[in-house]
Design a binder for this molecule. Structure first.
Ligand code: ADP
Ligand code: CA
Length: 435
């Protein structure tokens, strides 16, 4: 029987969740904020509605009840950070499965998240939460280098490593700007705004990610992936390779920390996307958890291609009250298969002229799919600002080593050509999380 899910403000760039929906008898009614442009050809999307999700969230919740009477939703979901809290509230109002709104807010607010990780005894960076630049003197308590970021940001937007007081002042200014332009509007919980500036200890070791799923407090790691060793000062996302080239015991240790992190935030049901780095002693330091399938659905691929678990379908079943079936508990993560996603580095900024080498990449036997997300002719600013990813390459490999070799190939195969930016741009209202 077909199940109908209200999909709150999705992006349409990444196909994996839509493909899983089509395979598994799920149809979506998409709910968007006013003015959003829609481009896609997914047959599982059967309708559209518009609600003022950001400008009037209470009104949007009220109006959702009328939409529910019209469409009779079996479930409601989002994979966008900016809608996590609203969607949790909406599920509670409609009496549908979902996460606790307080847990959703904890997973959106990096200061609250750090405090809850610490209270559970997890290793997490030393941190301070500033409500504004006027509190900058409190940073005297931390030792350089450290990281400055918007407390409710995403896409690594405005995340900056700083090594001096001058750099700190400049970084805080950037975060204030993005908070005013973007994050204030999308950081809503119980009528309050929770955007802030988080300043925290820099952890320099390699980075890992764990995708998770929880059912009634039983939290399981679905995989573990390597995410590179970004040195800063900006943190452009690049590689994801699952499983990583680590001993099995170390993978288990990282996964165990991620599971504890979910419980620390009260995420007892649904997906989680946990990021960690190793410290100098090799201990996993938990950075954050998103209460969603990561990367706008990229994480579905990373899990399914390396473990055969249909991540999205696990979630669809939970959301619609169906038993998890064969997927639960998930199979062991060491299947012998490896999967990767690789984000094309900007390698410059300005007006995008072209991306060369795509056909050679598509011809590689490990290449599953190349998603071209760039807009030729658009002006892209350098990080720490985020103006969108250019391209993502998905790979299936016979081993982790083959995945590493594929990355080396991609680095030389693809080339981005830039022209000079015409004039300084003001920041667009970047509500979009891409992907
Ligand atoms: P976002 O929610 O925007 O993705 P994150 O807090 O996850 O923000 O930061 C983005 C990236 O910046 C991380 O994936 C990591 O590479 C780097 N980073 C963030 N905080 C730290 C830290 N304290 N130490 C080291 N690297 C960090
Ligand atoms: Ca992150």
């Amino acid at each position: 029987m077909t199940q109908r899910i209200a999909f709150i403000h999705p992006s349409f760039h990444i196909p994996y969740i839509y493909e899983s929906a089509s395979r598994n008898g799920v149809e979506f009614v998409v709910v968007l904020p006013p003015g959003e442009v829609i481009h896609h050809e997914y047959p599982c999307v059967i309708g559209y509605e518009t609600l003022p999700l950001y400008t009037a969230p209470e009104t949007a919740l009220h109006r959702l009840e009328a939409l529910h009477a019209k469409w009779r939703f079996d479930g409601i979901m989002t994979i966008k950070e900016s809608c996590m809290v609203w969607t949790a509230e909406a599920a509670a109002r409609l009496g549908l499965p979902g996460i606790d709104p307080g847990a959703a807010k904890a997973a959106r607010d990096k200061g609250t998240m750090r405090r809850l990780f610490r209270e559970r005894g997890l290793v997490t960076p030393e941190f301070l939460v500033l409500s504004g630049a006027d509190e900058i003197e409190r940073c005297q308590a931390l030792a350089f280098p450290y990281v400055v970021k918007p407390g409710s940001g995403y896409n690594s937007d405005a995340v900056q490593r700083v090594s001096s007081w001058d750099e700190l002042v400049a970084a805080v200014r950037v975060v204030e700007e993005v908070n005013a332009d973007t994050y204030r509007e999308v950081s809503w919980h119980e009528g309050q705004n929770f955007s802030s500036i988080v300043v925290e200890e820099f952890v320099e070791g390699p980075e890992y990610v764990v995708e998770l799923f929880a059912l009634d407090g039983d939290v399981r790691a679905l995989n573990c992936g390597y995410k590179g060793q970004p040195p800063g000062p900006c943190f452009e996302e690049t590689v994801y390779l699952s499983p990583p080239a680590l001993a099995r015991e170390k993978i288990r240790e990282i996964q165990a920390v991620a599971v504890e992190g979910m419980l620390a935030l009260g995420l007892r049901n649904g997906p989680g996307h946990c990021e960690l780095r190793l410290d100098r002693q090799g201990r996993p330091v938990i950075l954050e958890i998103g209460a969603r399938i990561g990367g706008s659905g990229c994480a579905h691929f990373n899990v399914e291609a390396s473990t055969d678990v249909d991540f999205s379908n696990l979630w669809f079943r939970y959301l619609t009250g169906a038993p998890p079936g064969d997927y639960w508990p998930p199979r062991p993560t060491d299947t012998g298969k490896a999967a990767s996603s690789w984000i094309l580095p900007l390698g410059g900024s300005g007006v995008l002229r072209s991306i060369d080498g795509v056909e050679a990449v598509r011809a590689h036997p490990d290449c599953e799919r190349v998603l071209l997300l760039a807009t030729i002719g658009k002006t892209y600013r350098p990080y720490p600002h985020f103006d969108g990813f250019l391209a993502i390459v998905f790979g299936r490999h016979r081993s982790t080593q083959a995945g590493e070799a594929f990355f080396t190939f991609l680095e030389s195969a693809l080339k981005v050509n830039w022209g000079a930016a015409p004039r300084p741009q003001s920041r667009p209202l970047a509500r979009e999380q891409t992907p």
